[in-house]
Design a protein around this ligand. Structure first.
Ligand code: MAN
Ligand code: CA
Length: 192
């Protein structure tokens, strides 16, 4: 039979593990020691401690991996998002496809900070990039790939000018946008 206080401790440990699994906890402090807990509720203390150390180790490795990739200019972290380019210049559909096949989508800036992060990659490769934005068939409005309306824009002066059929959007090296035909070869920048 478990005492009231050990039940509380076990419940606390289970909560801590859940919290760490969801990565909402700052730092990687360990759970409280749970002597001899082989709980009826939640995880046994030894299992909770093991899970915690596995998660803490993964978190630490992930942190170092992201730092190393960012240092080498392989990725850019912006908020919770990760931006990366394969360095390839292809048409819009091919660019979107390669991002989706990699488990992401074409990057589209939702605010100034994200626009700057994408611009840094455009500058790094010195190549204009397609953004994950296109003109909707029905609406005739520029929207994100998922169909949602834009909540941030950074058009170059006099753009969009919709010359002919410019249904895609490219980013210039100064971070401003131009509506552009979708069949040009532009740098692929994905968001994960
Ligand atoms: C080209 C195209 C257009 C763009 C103008 C700007 O014609 O890239 O999309 O609007 O240049 O002068
Ligand atoms: Ca244009």
């Amino acid at each position: 039979m478990l005492s009231y206080s050990s039940s509380i401790l076990i419940a606390l440990a289970a909560l801590l593990v859940t919290c760490h699994a969801l990565c909402k906890c700052p730092g990687i402090a360990g759970p409280p020691g749970i002597p001899g807990g082989d709980g009826l509720k939640g995880l046994p203390g030894s299992l909770a401690a093991k899970h915690h150390s596995v998660l803490a180790n993964l978190k630490h490795r992930l942190f170092r991996l992201e730092a190393a990739l960012a240092l080498n200019g392989k990725i850019r972290k912006v908020g919770e998002k990760i931006l990366a380019s394969n360095g390839k210049k292809v048409d819009f559909v091919s660019a979107l496809k390669s991002c989706e096949e990699a488990g992401g989508t074409l990057a589209a800036p939702k605010n100034e900070e994200e626009n700057k992060a994408i611009m840094d990659i455009v500058k790094q490769y010195n190549q204009y990039a397609y953004l994950g934005i296109r003109k909707g068939e029905a609406s005739g409005q520029f929207r994100y790939i998922n169909g949602m309306p834009l909540n941030y824009i950074n058009w170059h002066q006099h753009e969009p000018n919709s010359k002919g059929k410019e249904k895609c959007v490219e980013m210039y090296t100064d971070g401003t946008w131009n509506d552009k035909k979708c069949d040009r070869n532009r740098l692929t920048i994905c968001k994960f």
